[in-house]
Design a protein around this ligand. Sequence first.
Ligand code: SF4
Ligand code: SF4
Length: 495
Amino acid sequence: MNLEQVIKANTICFKLKVSILKYFKFEAFYTVVYRIINSPYILDTDHREVDMEKRNHQSREDLQKSVFSHSATAPVDDEQFGISKHIRITPDYEAFNQPNDMFSRGFWDSKFANRMTMKFFRSFVKPTERTRDEEGFSQEDFALRNGPWVVTEMFAEMQKANDRRDGFTDDFTPHIPPRVEPVEIKSPQEAAGRIKKVGKLYGADLVGITAYDPRWTYKSKFSARTRSSKPVDIPDEICNVIVLGKAMEFDIIRMSPSATASTGPAAGYAEDAITLLALAQYIRSLGYQAIATQNDTNLAVPYAIQAGLGEYGRNGLCITRNYGPRVRFGRILTDMPLAHDKPIAFGVEETCEICRRCANNCPPQAIDHGPPSTYTFNRSNIRGIKKWTTDGEKCFKFWVSRGTDCANCIRTCPYNKDYSKRWSKILRFLLGTPLRKLALKMDDRLRLHDQIKPSSWWASTDGSFQTLERAKDHPFDAELKANQDRVKAVRDARR
Ligand code: SF4
Ligand code: SF4
């Protein structure tokens, strides 16, 4: 072969490679390679599918008797959660009691119900309550955050006279439920497809469906009026749960912790409430029951994972494939026959084992640096699940001290990316392979998780921002872990 023929052959090979890549599209190509590399996940997923399908045809009574879904306090053998390798539900599992969540404790627990906490709560309606001369905490920043809260607050106030705070402690009160006969559902698969289509039309970014699981229902709700508990009442016919995910804006979250960044969750709550109400009314109009829940009634994260929307992460959140942990989840409980989705795995658990960026960047060090365990920091933790657990008291105290919520554990997560960018997709793919350590190092170099300066966000017209604080990278920090272990030991001794 002479030189000219070699060049010609090389050119043909190159063009052929480009055409193949174009044909498959990058994402599809990665998925195929990912599946080959991670075949054990696929096996697990398939087993799970059989399990979930079986559950779909069971009544709630059957569900309670079955091994997968049992009464909230019944002992079970260690049980796999989702398709996780390490997260386990143990025989000591206890359903969560809403009066123990940090927001409820802010009203009744003398440790937290104080002037500072009240100022913090008030600041969500009064933008000058915690205003100060600090980047991201001006009246304008608080005003931006408080704008969307008005929607959620309006719903919360509407049934106040009946000791209800819709969306916070109680499900959304139905608006004139239509009295109609249920439409015939011939295929749960088709019905599930329609629910997903309508959910997305009404504003959801993600929709997943799973079986009702009484373990995730609160043992009791919190009564804001009496500062005590009140019963949770779920009709016996409820057998399915539709989980709706609403993604928060990427650039907004990058300003955490600041009042400006808190606009992300505020807008997420407001949009989620509207989507939940609309979809619930659609289901009622088809003649089925629909209970729309937000912060109330049940736990969001286990349902989101069971409905195949993401995997459990060290930061205690459900990490989704297309938005990372930057998602709020609402749930609709229904008796409508629907096909279920299966839990997914794309390498999050393996990444969390070696990445501690959320823990390293949590200002009050509330996130666990160690492996999953059944350790609980305080009464605000769920008991009896082997998992990564966050110290809610430390987290809440930090929020109160700053005068706004924080999202550092979302901002700094390597899965928190704008996935319209090809580079983000490549990184996510690498995080799902044995090359994840290298991917984390590359991600550290990108500096996308540094805190951006709120004033530069206000001023920017082209999407470029200045950095306010450099985030810590992902490697294990023995000193931080040792400090955390010392605090745990002191608390255990006090107990
Ligand atoms: S919200 Fe902030 S304070 Fe709370 S756990 Fe996450 S990083 Fe830590
Ligand atoms: S920051 Fe790292 S350790 Fe934390 S949830 Fe995200 S991937 Fe897991």
